[in-house]
Design a protein around this ligand. Structure first.
Ligand code: CAA
Length: 258
């Protein structure tokens, strides 16, 4: 991997950390930064030391959106040739759970990046918004699709058309965040959350994420057929033998990831 310019990364206790690192620009996302985020997620995805990925921002905000300075002179042709959203598409292929720890501004592309996570732990000062309409454009990295699938058409259309700032309580009420925490406890709570998942058997975690994601885009029947195959597959794993034997033998399981 080339030297990272716009993010910082580390691995600790089964958690792969990604810190957006343009704090002076409120972590506005330029194209290189997205490419670094996605390449790091892919590297973590095949690193057996990492069980869960945790994404957050350095400085005050999670992210104030895509870098407007970079886009101001774009045309449909430069956008087509740059094909920047191909990087965003690769986030959908990450097999390990991704937790976003968000705070302050979560705007535009920053909101889309947050919605691409599997879980969101939000500091109580977080504000979510899609301001794109006020710039004469619209969300382009999945915002209209992901938010609508999560909260339904009524609120998604209202929020995207008004650019209203969404309060964390509303975010929790409509079910697109998992938890609200005090700002000073954000990382502690997010790590706690990550560790609950990191200690589960990795193959089961992987196939559960894959199966739940199927429910979003497929019919109930198709989703259930898919779930069943994954359920069967887990019976080939050592962790299934260990987990069930431990229950029968009344002891704690020791999962190895195999
Ligand atoms: N792109 C580029 N630079 C940005 C930025 C962005 N999205 N958001 C903030 N910055 C920069 C500011 O230009 C400023 O830089 P300078 O100090 O060099 O002037 C610095 O970050 C700090 O920002 P502010 O001084 O504006 O901070 P504030 O606290 O007064 O306001 C804010 C914060 C309300 C978030 C405001 O910065 C803002 O409105 N930012 C733009 C938000 C936005 O429109 N996001 C959507 C982008 S489009 C998109 O994301 C498309 C997509 O779907 C992919």
């Amino acid at each position: 991997m080339n030297a990272l310019q716009f993010i910082e990364t580390s691995i600790e206790d089964g958690i792969g950390f990604i810190f957006l690192n343009r704090p002076k620009q409120l972590n506005a996302l330029n194209r290189k930064m997205i490419s670094e985020i996605v390449s790091t997620m892919e590297a973590f995805d095949i690193d057996s030391q990492v069980k869960v990925i945790l994404l957050t921002g350095n400085g005050k905000a999670f992210s104030a959106g895509a870098d407007i300075d970079e886009m101001v002179n774009d045309s449909p042709i430069t956008l087509e040739l740059t094909n920047q959203f191909a990087d965003w598409d690769r986030i959908n292929l990450i097999r390990k759970p991704i937790i976003g720890a968000v705070k302050s501004f979560v705007f535009g592309g920053g909101f889309e990046l947050a919605l691409a996570c599997d879980f969101l732990v939000a500091a109580s000062d977080t504000q979510f918004s899609f301001p794109e309409v006020t710039l004469g454009v619209m969300p382009g990295a999945g915002g209209t699709q992901r938010l609508t699938k999560l909260v339904g058409k009524t609120k998604a259309l209202e929020w995207i058309l008004t650019a209203e700032r969404i309060h964390v309580k509303s975010a929790l009420h409509y079910g697109f965040i998992n938890k609200i925490v005090a700002p000073e406890l954000l990382m502690e709570e997010a790590v706690d959350f990550a560790q609950k998942i990191a200690k589960q058997p990795p193959l089961a975690v992987r196939l559960i994420k894959e199966s739940v994601n199927k429910a979003v885009d497929h019919s109930l029947y198709e989703g259930m057929q898919f779930e069943r195959k994954n359920f069967y597959l887990l019976f080939a794993s050592g962790d299934q033998k260990e987990g069930m034997s431990a229950f029968v033998e009344k002891r704690k399981p020791k999962f190895t990831g195999g």
